[in-house]
Design a protein around this ligand. Sequence first.
Ligand code: URA
Ligand code: SF4
Length: 189
Amino acid sequence: MDNWEELESACKECKKCALNETRTNVVIGVGNRDSEVLFIGEGPGESEDLKGEPFVGRAGKLLDDMLQIIGLDRNRNIYIANIVKCRPPKNRDPSNEEREACSGWLNAQYALISPKIVVCLGRIAAEAIIGAGFKITRDHGKWHDINGVKTMALFHPAALLRDPNRRPETFVDLKELERVIKSECTRTL
Ligand code: URA
Ligand code: SF4
């Protein structure tokens, strides 16, 4: 994939896995393509499937609030993508086969953005990007070097809606993210 136009037009037509049969829209990503910071979620839910944009439901509203605490904005200084681009029926976890089938699109986005910092949202993204042994309750907020890119995971905003007790830890993780963005990035904050 040499450019975004090529990526987006091909991804919109993708039938590499069975999720293409039940989707309304392919949810490719949102944000500034020149960002230094890439956020990666799990996959579209109902609202995202209908709108064609990541994180636009209730969890998305919380994500926007979390981002705002440290001066990030989906339309200005970050890019947000998902592990799978089509909604798994009834919001089940994407299967290994679906994650594998979809990985080429995220790899292409990763290559085009060439991020300085990657933030995984939740367990599914962290397992895919950081590694199968990742434990979100233990490893959230810690930095990992993934092919030379500083990578961390936050609790998924949907998990924070279910379990508000995790919010104080997430605040600490966000402040750590802000600190590293300020020291590593030149165009973000
Ligand atoms: N949850 C995700 O992981 N991604 C979205 O786009 C929406 C909800
Ligand atoms: Fe293609 Fe990914 Fe959608 Fe499957 S989930 S059809 S691999 S874009």
